[in-house]
Design a protein around this ligand. Structure first.
Ligand SMILES: Cc1cc2nc3c(=O)[nH]c(=O)nc-3n(C[C@H](O)[C@H](O)[C@H](O)COP(=O)(O)OP(=O)(O)OC[C@H]3O[C@@H](n4cnc5c(N)ncnc54)[C@H](O)[C@@H]3O)c2cc1C
Length: 426
């Protein structure tokens, strides 16, 4: 890599991997992507055998904009001799483990443009080019794309307790959990919470004394994946949404939460059936509880156990709970990576200290207009609810590819109209 790249991608999660694959259609583009991990991994700490994608497999890294790409899920199936067997599974969504394997296979097909074991720590800008650096090497690029992903969200009061008996689900502590004869309390009733609850009841980490899940929502709320709701995850809706005012965007995205953050309905059904069997047929000794409409307010360590203080929003009373192990399934957050600090003064941030992002997913900044900083997974409140999800990642990669190439490599507007019309009736 002697000459400057046209595009350097920082992070190789699904979003930048999609960009690497989609941008290849412009063969003149010199692109390279970097990740600190030794190989592609997709939230692997919290993948279980019963963890399914919440998105159809055809919404893979590339197919939405280029079904002829060699990096499609279908090509992964064919090249690995899986096609016929896969068809017999009748699946529309695949396991998260297999999606990870598919992405890893894609990384092997394009290994010359991906570097693993490369943590980007520094970023400089000289008015013409960016220089990104690891501890040992520097790379120059005309444009960069930040795809550094999300990190665990930990409530402030919990920070002092973090350790092997009190941890966020996305951590090494989960792998090493010994639940035998312990009171396990899971905080958070989203998909990760219910998956850990179900796996703990099945004895994945040993036979627990009790397993309790606490949710601040009034129920274990289902994902809304109905047809009209799914139009939120379409380029046409993304186009219309981008034009409305910021305050309204926030309200709408919050209202749409369950189209993205709910629990897979079929998973809830299986969990319910498991509980029925365990309690009424098997008469299992494991004691379980689902406590909705509660918020964990504080935690105190008492010798070997934790005393948890909850507010019950149904009875409006305080409650106390005792736990030997507390697993936080309290979600994820974006944070602007540290390497941005050196050019922070050139960048426009919003009131939440997040990037202000243009329609083509470049951030608003005062550098030369030939040099763009793209950002993926930072724009839920600017572009819409689809942005942190995989559904439109291929399309977003096409938008970024066009912008970096400064020409139309992909058609990004050739879609029939949605059935729901938000724009003026013409
Ligand atoms: C458990 C879970 C399940 C999900 N399931 C679905 C689903 O079914 N459907 C769906 O649409 N969405 C799902 N999502 C949401 C979304 O698709 C994922 O969060 C997805 O991983 C986002 O991709 P990403 O590329 O932005 O980030 P990530 O996957 O988080 O990848 C970021 C990468 O950047 C690397 N990195 C970070 N900093 C640096 C640095 N300084 N230098 C080099 N590398 C760096 C990291 O090592 C990492 O590999 C899920 C999210 C979670 C947490």
């Amino acid at each position: 890599m002697n000459n400057a790249l046209d595009l350097a991608g920082i992070g190789i999660g699904p979003f930048n991997l999609s960009l690497a694959a989609v941008s290849e259609k412009n063969s003149a583009l010199r692109a390279h992507f970097f990740d600190e991990k030794p190989l592609f991994q997709w939230h692997s700490e919290i993948i279980f055998p019963d963890s399914d994608m919440q998105t159809a497999f055809l919404k893979d890294l590339v197919t939405g904009v280029d079904p002829t790409s060699p990096y499609s899920y279908l090509n992964y199936l064919v090249q690995n001799g899986l096609f016929h067997s896969f068809m017999n599974t009748n699946r529309n969504v695949v396991t998260r483990k297999e999606f990870e394997l598919y992405c890893r296979w894609v990384t092997q097909q394009m290994s010359e443009k991906l570097s693993f074991n490369c943590r980007i720590e520094t970023l400089d800008y000289d008015g013409k080019l960016f220089t990104i650096g690891t501890k040992t090497k520097n790379f120059k690029a005309k444009n960069i794309c930040v795809g550094t992903g999300i990190s665990p969200k930990i409530p402030a009061f919990a920070e002092t307790h973090i350790g092997k008996d009190f941890f966020h689900a996305k951590s090494e502590f989960l792998k090493n959990l010994d639940a035998r004869n312990k009171r396990i309390v899971i905080i958070g009733g989203g998909q990760t919470g219910v998956e850990i609850f179900r796996n703990a009841l099945k004895g994945k980490w040993g036979c627990a004394k009790s397993v309790t899940i606490i949710s601040s929502r009034p129920n274990l709320e289902p994902l809304d994946e109905s047809a009209f709701t799914n139009e939120y995850f379409s380029p046409n809706y993304a186009d219309d949404f981008f034009t409305i005012n910021t305050q309204l965007k926030i309200k709408i995205v919050d209202y749409q939460k369950l189209s993205s953050d709910g629990n897979t309905p079929s998973y809830l059904q299986s969990l319910y059936n498991d509980l029925y069997y365990s309690q009424n047929v098997e008469k299992s000794p494991v004691n379980f509880k689902i406590l909705p409409f509660r918020r964990l307010e504080s935690a105190r360590k008492n010798n070997k156990y934790y005393e948890l203080c909850l507010t019950n929003h149904f009875t409006q009373k305080k409650e106390r709970l005792y736990a030997d192990v507390v697993i936080l399934c309290t979600g994820f957050e974006n944070s602007v990576p540290k390497f941005i600090n050196s050019i922070r003064h050139l960048i426009q941030f919003d009131e939440n200290d997040s990037f202000r992002i243009n329609k083509d997913f470049s951030i608003q900044w005062e550098g030369h207009s030939d040099n763009k900083i793209f950002a993926q997974n930072f724009s839920r409140y600017e572009h819409g609810i689809f942005e942190p999800q995989t559904s439109l990642m291929a399309w977003r990669s096409a938008v970024i590819t066009n912008a970096v190439s400064q020409k139309q490599v992909y058609q990004i507007k050739n879609f029939v109209p949605n059935f729901l019309s938000y724009d003026c009736v013409k």
